[in-house]
Write a protein that binds this ligand. Structure first.
Ligand code: ZN
Length: 267
């Protein structure tokens, strides 16, 4: 669940509806924060200044009401890092809220939330890998970037261009090309009886194997399972079976030489 109950009151002065986050509605609050979707959070300056390096800057000093760019779902989680209470269960949070929260804790330097958000973004690398790369590049997290990159390779170029800035996009394309090259470098030849270089069993095996990777570069990392599956068709030809083994070893060696994407990007 992303949003806790929101109380709706009527403002006696304007007769308009006022939405207040129930979790943060302290009667002794000394500052009110309004989310981008209009929900009020009645909180305490001392908590904000104690747990955040810059939250929310000079505005906090000068005003009793502050508008922030983040949604109520994000602020409700953000403030939980600033109060002595159970920390939010981010494993139950949708990715879009987690992404905004992870950027918000960095923006406001809310230290109690930075590491936990980083770990959850890394754990979500498979769910939205391009967005995780974008977050990791923005905040300089090499390990998160490298965890997401292999899972991002099935995205189209236009999807990558939408999410990544130009220097990151170029790095992503070089990385993707390196991974695909690992697959396509020659599997070598094993001579058959009578001086034949191959046989029909190989053609069938190779066509099936290659088609499993077509348009899905991320599958290259799963080469052992895919080739292992189609290798069963080679049981009648031990030369082709040997050749398939060589191909697997070649891919493994090639993949070990693929640069980490973080080494291609200036983080
Ligand atoms: Zn053969």
């Amino acid at each position: 669940m992303d949003i806790d109950p929101v109380q709706t009151n009527i403002d006696p002065n304007t007769a308009s509806e006022v939405k207040i986050c129930e979790r943060f509605s302290a009667s002794d609050s000394d500052i009110t924060i309004r989310s981008s979707d209009g929900v009020l959070f009645r909180v305490h300056r001392k908590n904000l200044t104690m747990h955040s390096e810059i939250f929310p800057g000079e505005e906090l000093e000068a005003k009793d009401d502050v508008d922030l760019d983040e949604s109520s779902a994000v602020l409700e989680l953000l403030f939980q890092f600033m109060y002595r209470q159970a920390q939010p269960k981010l494993s139950e949070t949708s990715f879009s809220v987690l992404e905004s929260l992870a950027n918000a804790v960095e923006k406001y330097r809310v230290f109690p939330g930075i590491e936990v958000c980083r770990m959850h973004m890394k754990a979500n690398a498979g769910m939205s890998p391009l967005k995780v790369i974008k977050y990791a590049v923005k905040h300089g997290y090499h390990d998160v970037c490298d965890a997401a990159a292999p899972k991002s390779l099935n995205a189209s170029l236009s999807e990558a261009r939408e999410c990544l800035d130009m220097s990151c996009l170029v790095a992503w394309m070089i990385y993707r090309d390196s991974v695909m090259s690992a697959l396509h470098r020659s599997p070598g030849i094993v001579m058959h009886r009578g001086g034949k270089k191959t046989c029909s069993a190989w053609d069938e095996f190779y066509a099936h194997s290659i088609s499993a990777f077509a348009g899905r570069p991320a599958q290259v990392f799963d080469y052992a399972r895919i080739i292992g599956h189609w290798k069963l068709r080679l049981s009648d030809c031990h030369w082709c079976l040997q050749r398939a083994g060589q191909w697997e070893a070649t891919i493994q060696a090639n993949l070990s030489r693929v640069p980490k994407i973080s080494s291609l990007i200036t983080l």
